[in-house]
Design a protein around this ligand. Sequence first.
Ligand code: FES
Length: 116
Amino acid sequence: MTDWIDIGTLADIPQRGARTIRFGDGQIAGAKEIAVFRTGDDHVFALVNECPHKKGPLSQGIVHGHSVACPLHNWNIALKTGEAQGADEGCTPTIAVKQEGGRILIARPASLKAAA
Ligand code: FES
């Protein structure tokens, strides 16, 4: 069963933007920084904050539709799957996320480890 962690409200994330979360020891051991994105239509997605190309910080990219453009070399990464779009190849691990009662919850990463 998935263990969900409350990370705040939708309003904590700028629309078409992201915030990053870094979990301290004991909470999610070994987890990398996670970027939680909010799209223009208020969907929320969570990815490891590393581009599959050269580990650019995706949280600093521009969100358009349900993708983010990496700030370093402009690869487009699908927020739902973490996959590079177009001719580029690579995949960033995703983390399950859901909205419930105005709160955003992300899955405690056994799933992160499985995806990495
Ligand atoms: S590091 Fe993201 S496109 Fe190069």
